[in-house]
Design a binder for this molecule. Structure first.
Ligand SMILES: C[S@@+](CC[C@H](N)C(=O)[O-])C[C@H]1O[C@@H](n2cnc3c(N)ncnc32)[C@H](O)[C@@H]1O
Length: 233
């Protein structure tokens, strides 16, 4: 069944047609504040809380889910926040096509699709190659936040943070429990209400790290690489 695409006319919704390659985010936000990226923003409850906490930062919230982008824009517009832009775009495609080396002050990934079946785990977004490529896009000292309700996913990601040698863990444990002042997303709340743990990773790109790899083959099974035909949604 094809889902109806909701047209998004929010001024905070950005289409690919509005971007150069690489994108000029200072023009998009009309300032030079540090740029942070949320991958898989869902309905936007996390990013609206975060952006309200950090008005001196710019936030790009992306998702491949049209209704999620629509609801995220509605929240932003209702809250009157001026430091978030939303794009319906696949994460690896966005990074590869539109982001420059060392361009991100922070990356947030909350409760990404867990792909719980063993045979599907290769579809997980956050793996060795992806973490390696994020080092390319994070600025030195830039932060990576990852949370998951899925123990096996946390156990897969945590050792990679040590092994890759470009990251520095910011918590006493790896993975850790979620800190009290980290905004809760819809999925986090859902699991917390059921008394299920959220596993949390917070690390920084080492100041001395010059590495990272410029991506990845963004063409992965199950993901469209271009959303350009969906100009308004
Ligand atoms: C399980 S939901 C979590 C949503 C939100 N982060 C939360 O914690 O409530 C995962 C979200 O990531 C989006 N997503 C999955 N893979 C993605 C990708 N490769 N690029 C962008 N968004 C993606 C999905 O469409 C979905 O909205």
């Amino acid at each position: 069944m094809t889902q109806r695409i909701i047209e998004i006319d929010s001024p905070n919704f950005v289409t690919e047609q509005q971007l150069e390659s690489p994108a000029n985010f200072a023009t998009l936000f009309a300032n030079h504040n540090p740029l942070c990226l949320e991958i898989g923003c869902g309905i936007g409850d996390f990013i609206t809380q975060l952006a309200a906490l950090y008005p001196q930062r710019n936030f790009l919230a992306i998702d491949i889910y049209n209704k999620g982008c629509y609801r995220t824009c509605r929240r932003i517009d209702t809250a009157g926040l001026v430091n978030i832009r939303v794009m319906r775009i696949e994460a690896r495609f966005l990074l590869d096509r539109y982001l420059a080396m060392n361009s991100l002050a922070a990356i947030y990934i909350n409760c990404p699709d867990p792909w719980p079946k063993k045979r599907h785990r290769r579809r997980r977004l956050v793996n060795r190659d992806f973490l390696q490529s994020l080092l390319y896009y994070l600025q030195p000292g830039g932060e990576l936040f990852f949370s998951t309700d899925f123990t096996d996913y946390a156990e897969q990601v945590a050792p990679l943070i040590d092994e890759l040698q470009g990251y520095e863990n910011q918590r006493t444990k790896l993975p850790d429990t979620i800190p009290g002042d980290y905004p809760r997303s819809k999925y986090m709340r859902r699991f917390i209400e059921k008394d299920q743990p959220i596993h949390f990773i917070h690390c920084k790109k080492l100041e001395s790290c010059t590495g990272g790899s410029h991506l990845l083959n963004p063409v992965n099974a199950g993901f469209r690489t271009s959303w350009s035909s969906l100009q308004h949604g």
